[in-house]
Each structure stands twice: as structure tokens, then as C-alpha cells.
Design a protein around this ligand. Structure first.
Ligand SMILES: [Fe+2]
Length: 414
């Protein structure tokens, strides 16, 4: 996370780094796969691609530079709020070569604007390069979304093999004494509106596990009939289970010698020591109930995560193409491991505004999602960029979603 005011050269370098990563991601993807609507809950990849450029043009060219849009018709197609994901392939979207050319021309324009703009401006959009942080994080977050689509579509990558032999350590509870602490932030210059304002919260003592729930433990839950026992499921969760006929995490299948999973086009044994991923909020709740524990609230999660650092050793930044066996990594002050990276962790909290919330720079970033519909996930995944992963970052999604790189860490009252 950016702490000091970045220079223009640093901002330009970060923008190029993000763009190179976007293009690397779609390197092995052919045009047919780029335009495919893989699932109603995901956009065609080529939509994400041009949308990244559209967002950059909106903020870095039009808002910052005061320059005209290159083509106002793009607003209808690439504004996420006008078009649900499942309908995007039917829109007059740019073709893959057009999308690439559009990205390039917007970037050239944005860099010309960057040269002439004053970053020490009193305008909160420009202070500390905020709007550049917004556009950068947007592109990096779309890379994670695109990885969800890529995993769904089965595009193969040359990914490092995962360790299916290592066994996980026993679950371990860490006690967090009652304390007051600041939830959210007033200091991080590139934090989103929903992470602010930082405010003091009183937390009773609680315990939280040192590691996220591993595949080995989740498989025990499955073998114990966890998906068939009503008592582990909430009403909504049970209804979801009945409708979807889910029996294991997404991408798991029974193989001859145990569970096998599909990961970026290949099939492999499920590695016992890795955090479970691709589970919904309902499955997270159910495995917690099976152990006699519960999900942490997001305040508990954030308290437990303090001190974990994204420029440290977290499994972040897409290269591993999956979680790694739990280990001493991205460790927090209270001793929780794997707090940043590996898998997003579902919390019990609904996504709401902190006391004193103010929408900035636009209400459609966070505010329109506040309410009971979404649950908060914390901590980032292996597919999250270190620039985005931070202890205060709040992700949110529908409780039934599991194409996310989502897992769970268990907590309990002390
Ligand atoms: Fe977006």
C-alpha cells in the first residue's frame, strides 16, 4: 500500500506494471475465449478488458484532464451499472483487437494528462494521487475477476504444481483479549470510501484460528455428511443447497484415490494442507457450525489481522494460481497466519457503511451495495494484487457466490 505521496514517475510505472499484468493474463487466451460468455455471473473477458480502459478514460482523461471522451457510445456499453454481467456479450462491445487498441490510446492520453496535472492539489481526487490509485486498483481488481472467469472456462496456464503430499498442522485457537481498536482507516491515502472513517470499536475477547480451514478439514466435513445434515445450515443456506444440489466445493470431484479438483484447465488431487477455496458463505457457515464454532465478524477479523503486511510474504499477486499450504506467512500481531493472500475469508458481517460514511468519489463504488444482501470477505486471495490487499480492505459479494477465491477462518466466543 502506498504510504507517501507517489511521484508522477512512480504512478506511471505502477500503471504500466498493472497493464503488463493484464496483458500477461490474457496472453494464452484466444479471441474466441475472450468473447465467450462463460457464465451468466461473469462478463466476457473482452468486456473486462475494454471496461478497464473505459474506467481509465473516465477518471484520468475526462475527470482529471477535463478532456472529451473518445467515443460517448462506450458509456452505454462499459458502465457496469447499466449492464448486468449476463447481458454483456449481447452488447455492441469492442472486438479483441479494438479493445487492445482502445486500451493503448486511452493510456497514451492518460499519461499526457498526468504530465500536466498538479498532484499536490487541494482537490481530494488528486491529493496523494488518489484518482491514480483508484484506477490502478480497479485494473488490478479486474484481473482477479478475470481469473475467476478463466478458472470457470478452464483456460490452461503453465502453473506451478501444488503440493498434494504435505499434511496440514492441527487447528490452533488464538485468544484475542477484549480490547478497543480502530476499525477502518483515516490514514491510508488510497483506501476506498467504505474503509473510512476509521472508528474505535470495543471488542469482547474472542478466539480465532491461526489458519484458514484447510482442504483436509473441509473434506472431513464432507465425509461426515456435512452437506446432508440440516443442523449445520442456516435457512437460506439450506434452501440454496436444495436448489443447487451442491455436495462439495466448486471444482471438486470424487476421484479413485480421493478428491480431485479442476484448477486452470488441469485436474489434480486436492492438496490437504491448502486452505479450502471456492466455497460460498453458506458453506463457510456450515463448516463452522460443524466444528461448533462460527465465522468471525469483520471487526474481529480486522483486529486479528492487524500487523499483517502486504509487502511482506503473503501469497498474493496471481503467480501461484492457487492457495499454498498453510504456513507462517502474512502473520499478524496476534499470530494468525495467511491473513493476506491465499483465500478471501467470509465474515458474518453484512456490507454496510461505517459510522460517518461519506461516498467518494462516486456512490456506485460502495454505497449502492450497502444492506443485507452482501456479506463481507476479508484478506485478499492469491489472485489479489499486493497493492490492493490490506488489512482494512473490504470485499463483498452475494452469499451464494463461490467462483470467488473464497475460503473461511473460524472464530468463537472466548
Ligand atoms: Fe469495474
Amino acid at each position: 500500500m502506498q504510504q507517501e505521496t507517489p511521484t508522477k514517475r512512480e504512478l506511471a510505472a505502477s500503471l504500466s506494471r498493472a497493464r503488463e499484468a493484464t496483458l500477461r493474463l490474457i496472453g494464452p487466451v484466444d479471441d474466441e475465449q475472450l468473447v465467450a460468455q462463460v457464465s451468466p455471473i461473469m462478463s466476457p473477458l473482452v468486456w473486462d478488458l475494454a471496461h478497464i480502459g473505459w474506467f481509465e478514460e473516465l477518471w484520468l482523461v475526462q475527470r482529471v484532464g477535463g478532456d472529451e471522451s473518445s467515443d460517448e457510445r462506450l458509456d452505454d456499453v462499459y458502465d457496469a451499472f447499466r449492464n448486468p454481467r449476463g447481458e454483456r456479450s449481447r452488447l455492441p462491445i469492442l472486438t479483441p483487437p479494438e479493445a487492445r487498441a482502445y486500451l493503448e490510446s486511452v493510456r497514451r492520453h492518460a499519461l499526457r494528462v498526468l504530465e500536466r496535472v498538479a498532484l499536490d492539489h487541494a482537490d481530494p481526487l488528486l491529493r496523494d494521487g488518489y484518482v491514480y490509485g483508484l484506477v490502478l486498483q480497479h485494473e488490478l481488481q479486474h484481473q482477479e475477476t478475470m481469473l475467476q472467469t478463466l478458472q470457470l472456462s478452464g483456460v490452461a496456464y503453465a502453473t506451478p504444481p501444488h503440493d498434494a503430499l504435505r499434511m496440514p498442522p492441527k487447528p490452533e485457537d488464538l485468544l484475542v483479549p477484549a480490547d478497543s481498536f480502530t476499525l477502518g482507516t483515516n490514514e491510508q491515502p488510497w483506501a476506498y470510501d467504505n474503509e473510512q472513517p476509521g472508528h474505535v470499536v470495543e471488542l469482547p475477547a474472542f478466539s480465532i484460528e491461526r489458519h484458514p480451514v484447510t482442504n483436509e478439514r473441509f473434506a472431513e466435513f464432507v465425509e461426515d455428511g456435512g452437506y446432508r445434515k440440516r443442523r449445520y445450515w442456516s435457512d437460506d443456506g439450506w434452501q440454496w443447497l436444495r436448489e443447487e444440489r451442491v455436495e462439495a466445493p466448486l471444482y471438486w470431484q470424487r476421484g479413485g484415490g480421493g478428491w480431485v479438483r479442476r484448477r486452470f484447465g488441469r485436474s489434480e488431487p486436492v492438496p490437504p494442507a491448502e486452505p479450502v477455496q471456492h466455497i460460498s458463505f453458506y458453506e463457510a457457515e456450515a463448516v463452522a457450525a460443524w466444528t461448533g464454532k462460527r465465522l468471525p465478524t469483520e471487526a474481529e477479523w480486522e483486529k486479528a489481522a492487524q500487523g499483517a503486511n502486504s509487502d511482506g510474504d503473503g501469497n498474493l499477486g496471481r503467480e501461484s494460481f492457487g492457495p499454498l499450504p498453510v504456513a507462517r506467512r502474512a502473520t499478524s500481531l496476534v499470530g494468525c497466519d495467511c491473513m493476506l493472500g491465499d483465500v478471501w475469508e467470509w465474515t458474518s458481517s453484512a456490507f454496510t457503511g461505517y459510522p460517518g460514511f461519506t461516498a467518494f468519489p462516486y456512490a456506485e463504488y460502495s454505497e449502492v451495495f450497502f444492506g443485507d444482501e452482501h456479506r463481507v470477505l476479508r484478506g485478499g486471495s492469491w489472485a489479489t494484487d499486493p497493492l490492493v490487499a490490506r488489512v482494512t480492505f473490504r470485499n463483498w459479494d452475494y452469499p451464494q457466490r463461490r467462483q470467488l477465491f473464497s475460503g473461511v477462518r473460524l472464530a468463537a466466543d472466548a
